[in-house]
Ligand binder design. Structure first.
Ligand SMILES: [Zn+2]
Length: 204
């Protein structure tokens, strides 16, 4: 599997996932610097099939139109997203890129259209739901601390400790982590009752 974490402006990460044999590729969160992604795709002779957005905020979607027009890729978002898209997904859907499977996990909280993407049951792309050492904010339009609680504690923390974590921004002490490391070291994931979590998230 080809798997690249690409640092963008303003701490955003774009991810490029591709199958070496079939040359099929997917980009997760196009962000602002499409030129860099286009260069990598062309250099490696990859065929971009999908551009998947972890959610609709513009710092994650800004390159969609350009990538679609150059490569004919399909834009993929959660079904509740307001982003212009070709494929609408929901929890449990699987997108194939060659032999690689991208499983959609619906994780609202930061926004109502937030998803995480589990790559071959091995790497979790967490968008703005989970960062290294932090979780996403819930005080923007469509945000919900109650939904974030459910997404973090009943979905993400149910995954195996050895799964690698690839966040949507470079906000942590390291660019990547694992579920196990976040489970023990991320202060937002410490055991809390729902009411305590909602109060915790409302603190400045
Ligand atoms: Zn966001």
């Amino acid at each position: 599997m080809i798997f690249n974490q690409i640092q963008q402006h303003s701490d955003n990460f774009t991810y490029l996932i591709a199958n070496e044999k079939t040359k099929e590729a997917a980009v997760v969160d196009s962000s602002y610097n499409a030129d860099e992604i286009i260069k990598i795709l062309k250099t490696q002779n990859l065929r971009l099939k999908y551009v998947i957005n972890t959610h609709g905020h513009s710092d994650h979607t800004a390159g969609n139109t350009e990538l679609k027009s150059i490569f004919g890729a399909k834009i993929v978002t959660h079904k509740l997203s307001k982003v212009n898209c070709d494929v609408r997904v929901e929890d449990g859907d699987v997108i194939k890129v060659g032999t690689i499977s991208l499983k959609i996990i619906y994780t609202p909280g930061h926004t109502i259209d937030s998803i995480c993407i589990l790559v071959d049951n091995q790497k979790l792309l967490t968008g703005d739901t989970l960062f290294v050492g932090e979780c996403g904010r819930t005080d923007m339009p469509g945000g919900s601390s109650k939904s974030m609680y459910d997404s973090l504690f009943n979905k993400i923390l149910k995954l195996e400790d050895n799964i690698e974590v690839y966040p949507g921004h470079d906000y942590g002490s390291t660019p990547t982590s694992t579920i196990g490391r976040e489970r023990t070291s991320n202060y937002t994931l410490q055991p809390r009752a729902l009411t305590d979590f909602i109060e915790f998230m409302s603190q400045p």
